[in-house]
Design a binder for this molecule. Structure first.
Ligand SMILES: [Mg+2]
Length: 253
C-alpha cells in the first residue's frame, strides 16, 4: 500500500509512528513521513521540531522539503530514536492507562522512581565497530538524538540524525550510591559518569541474559540477545528548518 503515496501524514504519538515506520521500511517505495503530534509521548515529533499546534505543523510541511534520515533496527523491528533495557526502560508499557490519563507525564516519573528502588543488574557483551565491551550494568540506553521520555539530554551526545551511527550508553554498577549518581547524570542532561561507557557505532551485537527486556521507541521489542543496526539515510522525513541545521550533517550537492 505504501507504494502508491508520496507523503504519509501521521497523526499520533511515538507508538503510532513506530508502527508506520515498520510498515514503510518493508515497502520498496518509501513515501516521506510528516507527523502531526497527538499522542501521550511525542518524542519523535519533538526531535524533529514539529509543534503540537497542527496549523503550525502543516505550515512546515507546505514550506519545507523532507530530508533523508537514519532509521535503526533491533532484530526484526525498526525504530526511530530510542532503544533501552534495564531500569527505567520498562516504564512506558508498564504504566496503567488510568494513571496516564490522570497524571500525564508525571505518571512516567513516578513509575521511574518505583523502578529505581529495586536493585537490578545484568551482564552484557557488546561487539561494536571498534571492539568489544564486557561489563555488568543496570541500564543500557541507546539514542539517535538527545531526547527521551520528554527529557532533553543535551549532554548525552552530539550525534546527527543522518550520520549512520547510533549512540549507546552503558550504565554500570561499579560504585556505591549508584542510584543517586545515576539520577544526577540525568539531571545534568545525560552527562557521562566516569564509571559508565559510551559507544558510538553503526552496528551493535549485544549478548545478554535471556530475561533482559528491550524496548524501542517506548514499545517492547525483544528479549535477550539483540543486534542493533543503523540504516543510513533510509527515509525522507519532514522537520523544522532549525533541526535541519543543527541535527543533520549537510548533504553534499
Ligand atoms: Mg546518528
Amino acid at each position: 500500500m505504501a507504494s502508491s503515496y508520496d507523503v504519509f501524514l501521521v497523526c499520533g504519538g511515538d507508538g503510532t509512528i513506530n508502527e508506520v515506520i515498520n510498515g514503510v521500511m518493508k515497502s520498496e517505495i518509501k513515501p516521506a513521513i510528516a507527523i502531526i503530534p497527538c499522542g501521550t509521548a511525542n518524542d519523535i515529533a519533538a526531535i524533529l521540531g514539529i509543534p503540537k499546534n497542527y496549523k503550525r505543523a502543516l505550515k512546515i510541511y507546505f514550506k519545507e522539503k523532507p530530508m533523508l534520515m537514519d532509521i535503526n533496527q533491533m532484530n526484526d523491528r525498526y525504530f526511530v530514536y530510542a532503544a533501552a533495557s534495564g531500569v527505567l526502560s520498562k516504564i512506558s508499557y508498564d504504566i496503567s492507562r488510568n494513571a496516564l490519563n490522570r497524571y500525564g507525564y508525571l505518571a512516567y516519573v513516578f513509575e521511574g522512581m518505583k523502578d529505581l528502588a529495586q536493585d537490578y543488574s545484568y551482564k552484557v557483551n557488546i561487539k561494536h565497530d571498534e571492539g568489544q565491551l564486557l561489563t555488568e550494568c543496570m541500564m543500557v540506553l541507546g539514542l539517535s538524538s538527545n531526547r527521551v521520555g520528554g527529557m532533553r539530554l543535551y549532554n548525552f551526545s552530539h550525534s546527527k540524525l543522518n550520520d549512520g551511527l547510533f549512540e549507546l550508553r552503558v550504565f554500570t554498577r561499579k560504585r556505591r550510591f549508584r542510584r543517586f549518581r545515576f539520577l544526577s547524570s540525568f539531571l545534568r542532561g545525560g552527562r557521562k559518569l566516569r564509571e559508565d561507557y559510551h559507544i558510538t557505532s553503526s552496528k551493535l551485537d549485544i549478548k545478554t541474559d535471556d530475561h533482559v527486556v528491550w524496548n524501542t521507541d517506548g514499545e517492547q521489542a525483544a528479549t535477550g540477545d539483540v543486534l542493533i543496526q543503523v540504516h543510513a539515510n533510509a527515509l525522507k522525513v519532514y522537520m523544522h528548518p532549525k533541526v535541519k541545521r543543527k541535527q543533520f550533517n549537510s548533504v553534499p550537492k
